[in-house]
Design a protein around this ligand. Structure first.
Ligand SMILES: *Cc1c(COP(=O)(O)O)cnc(C)c1O
Length: 239
């Protein structure tokens, strides 16, 4: 199957999951996760109408962006690329320039660097806070008890950032239903923070290729799909 065909199939599955959950498909964005795939794959998805993308490394997008520009020209400005991977504070300033949104903010240090760049440019950078909803060592994100404090500091001190909502990556389970409690937890945290802060916090970024239907049932507003659109990721290099 081509990338365009995969995209059409994923869009249809999202619509179906929305119908099943009694939700409006317009509430669920599809983010195409292009990490490890080359600029040609991105161009193909873009030409099939996809504009929202996710990458997990700052430098990878920096390189690919130039290559993509050579193939699609000025249209590269229409690509809405979000950073969905863990961000080290030494790369945060660059990230604030390169990405339309940063969806994995989990420390005050990173937030402060993003804010400095955005505020200086007179812009407001949309961010999501990544929450660590599981005990898994490998997972990034702010732990639950530290979440309100992190939010408070951003809201009070950082005019260059707009917190749009929360994201999480649950532990992988063969049964996609295994992710449900983590998704439900994130929604519950979001609902509580809405009340506490009086902010809309519209975004819940949950759901990947194997569990997005469950995530939509649990309130996802953005599913992040890599494999389901671009195929398997190679272990080395870019295909
Ligand atoms: C890689 C990645 C995805 C996409 O995963 P697939 O299983 O390929 O759909 C989604 N979210 C994050 C944070 C990722 O790193």
């Amino acid at each position: 199957m081509s990338i365009a065909e995969n995209l059409a199939a994923v869009r249809a599955e999202i619509a179906e999951a929305c119908a099943k959950a009694g939700r409006n498909p317009a509430e669920v964005k599809l983010m195409a996760v292009s990490k490890t795939h080359g600029p040609r794959a991105l161009a193909e998805a873009f030409q099939a109408g996809q504009t929202l993308f996710g990458e997990n490394k700052v430098q990878e997008w920096e390189h690919k962006r130039d290559q993509l520009q050579s193939s699609i020209g000025e249209d590269v400005a229409k690509v809405e690329m979000h950073l969905i991977g863990n961000l080290q504070s030494n790369k945060a300033s660059k990230a604030a320039w390169l990405f339309a949104g940063v969806d994995a903010v989990d420390t005050i240090k990173v937030a402060a660097k993003l804010n400095a760049v955005a505020a200086q440019a007179g812009q407001v950078l949309p961010i999501l806070i990544e929450v660590k909803t599981s005990e898994e060592e490998s997972k990034h994100g702010v732990v639950e008890y530290a979440l309100p404090g992190l939010m408070r500091q951003i809201v009070d001190e950082m005019d260059g950032l707009e917190i749009r909502g929360l994201m999480t990556v649950p532990p992988f389970t063969d049964d996609p239903g295994g992710a449900r409690p983590y998704f439900a937890k994130l929604r519950e945290l979001r609902d509580n923070l809405r009340t506490e802060f009086g902010l809309p916090l519209p975004e819940l970024s949950i759901g990947m290729s194997h569990d997005f239907a469950i995530a939509i049932e649990e309130g996802s507003t953005c599913v992040r799909i890599g494999t389901g659109i671009f195929g398997q990721r190679g272990r080395v290099g870019m295909d």
